[in-house]
Design a protein around this ligand. Structure first.
Ligand code: SAM
Length: 282
């Protein structure tokens, strides 16, 4: 597995951060000797050399992430929504940056770079200035807060009370931003036709895992204004983009939305896929 990840990184198919994160999750982190060999044998500007350098400079953070991975990073329990909330309550207390993007390696600077990349795609796929935005599964609020200056309002909703508390702490002082704990099953409390842009950044896989994709697309159709847009980054974690695209298309059609971007990988750092569902203009 480690060699396959190194090859994909070498060929530019995944970033050094993603390769490292997957090594940590898979329990195949190279030891110091292997890293030193990689640093010696790879060309100075090669991605694998960058990976070796990152692993060396982030040795302490990677140890923390190895413990986090060993303690489990999937929701476990009979009720998937409660299990997701419990998982993220636990993760945010230990490693807030890694909890929302494991490939940040727990480094706020790497997370900021990844957020800038994500926000630039959001800006090119939707209109942010003046919009009322709903950030579904907002985590620590990195996307919510990055959009606050341009948007009219941003509501960050998350099923994890721990995440919402952390997001509220980071967002103190933003008058057009609100964070709330959601019930994890629908968008209760969000008004009909009140949102211009709904974003689900790496939260929809949990919705899909809980069997709630249809319920949430129906809710998106309810809360979006005419010409409103729903952006989903990562539809599921099933590792089958064609199946994700088929499900997104079927659910969009079932709820009167159109899907015009599906399964693209628009990022350099992150390996997330993007989907855009649109409500028709009035
Ligand atoms: C990987 S984190 C991503 C957080 C954030 N979107 C970001 O990109 O920084 C996934 C988040 O989705 C939240 N989540 C999962 N299912 C949810 C649901 N049904 N309703 C609200 N939040 C949910 C989790 O609690 C977690 O904070």
């Amino acid at each position: 597995m480690r060699d396959a990840l190194l090859d994909r990184c070498r060929q530019g198919q995944i970033s050094p951060q993603i390769a490292l994160a997957q090594m940590v999750i898979g329990g195949v982190m190279p030891d110091g000797e292997v890293l030193a060999r990689l640093a010696r044998h790879e060309l100075p500007d090669s991605p694998v050399r960058a990976l070796a350098d990152l692993a060396t400079t982030h040795r302490d953070q990677l140890r923390v992430l190895q413990d986090v991975a060993a303690s489990g990073i999937d929701p476990v329990g009979d009720d998937p929504v409660a299990a997701t909330a419990a998982l993220y309550d636990r993760l945010v207390a230990v490693a807030p940056e890694a909890a929302v993007a494991f490939y940040s390696l727990g480094d706020p600077t790497l997370l900021d770079r990844a957020t800038a990349e994500l926000v630039s795609v959001i800006r090119s796929w939707a209109t942010v200035p003046g919009a009322d935005v709903l950030d579904l599964g907002c985590g620590i609020g990195r996307v919510t807060l990055a959009l606050a200056d341009e948007a009219n309002s941003v509501l960050g909703l998350d099923v994890s009370a721990g995440m919402v508390a952390e997001a509220a702490r980071r967002g103190a002082g933003h008058t057009n931003v609100r964070f709330a704990v959601g019930n994890g099953r629908d968008l209760a409390g969000v008004g009909d036709a009140s949102i211009d842009l709904l974003i689900a950044a790496d939260s929809f896989p949990y919705v899909v895992g809980a069997g709630l994709a249809g319920a949430y697309v129906a809710e998106a159709a309810r809360v979006l204004r005419p010409a409103g847009v729903m952006l989903v980054f990562n539809w599921s974690y099933r590792g089958d983009v064609a199946a994700d695209v088929a499900e997104a298309r079927a659910l969009a059609e079932a709820h009167g939305l159109t899907l015009d971007r599906a399964g693209e990988r628009p990022f350099r750092i992150w390996d997330g896929t993007g989907f855009r569902l649109n409500r028709a203009s009035a």
